[in-house]
Design a protein. Structure first.
Length: 143
């Protein structure tokens, strides 16, 4: 979906700014979208799982994969909304989406953190990684 909507968004932006040049489909979006999203959805939860296991938590890898997968589902309707050819509005949409996704992960991850403020850096890291992913999606697929 990201590659499809990303290509369509670049087409709309090009038609909006300069209708005289020809546009071509960028097939590289498919590879970047698949490897980036699937890599993120597998590697990041696994890293947090192993970190929390090392710290003595009772975390479940399957639950982490499900949690991160659910957190990425909000990007599907967002990809459709990012077709709007207004750059300022696109940034507002992706920042709201990133914040919602990040809060979902951070609040669910907090239940695995025992001991209060010392390990809150893990929750903050998860929040920042989700925000980084949302900014990556905006910059890479919806320039």
């Amino acid at each position: 979906m990201l590659s499809c909507f990303g290509n369509f968004a670049t087409y709309l932006m090009q038609k909006h700014t300069d209708g005289t040049t020809t546009w071509s489909f960028d097939v590289g979006y498919v590879n970047v979208a698949a490897s980036g999203i699937y890599g993120y959805a597998i590697a990041v939860p696994m890293a947090f799982y192993f970190l929390l296991q090392y710290l003595g938590s009772n975390a479940s890898l399957i639950r982490f994969w499900c949690m991160w997968g659910y957190s990425l589902s909000i990007f599907m309707p967002t990809a459709f909304l990012l077709l709007i050819p207004v750059e300022f509005l696109r940034w507002i949409i992706i920042l709201i989406t990133g914040t919602a996704s990040s809060c979902f992960v951070a609040l669910n991850l907090r239940s695995y953190i025992e001991g209060g403020n010392d390990l809150m850096i893990i929750v903050i890291a998860a929040f920042l990684l989700q925000m980084a992913l949302s900014i990556f999606i905006k910059v890479r697929f919806f320039p």
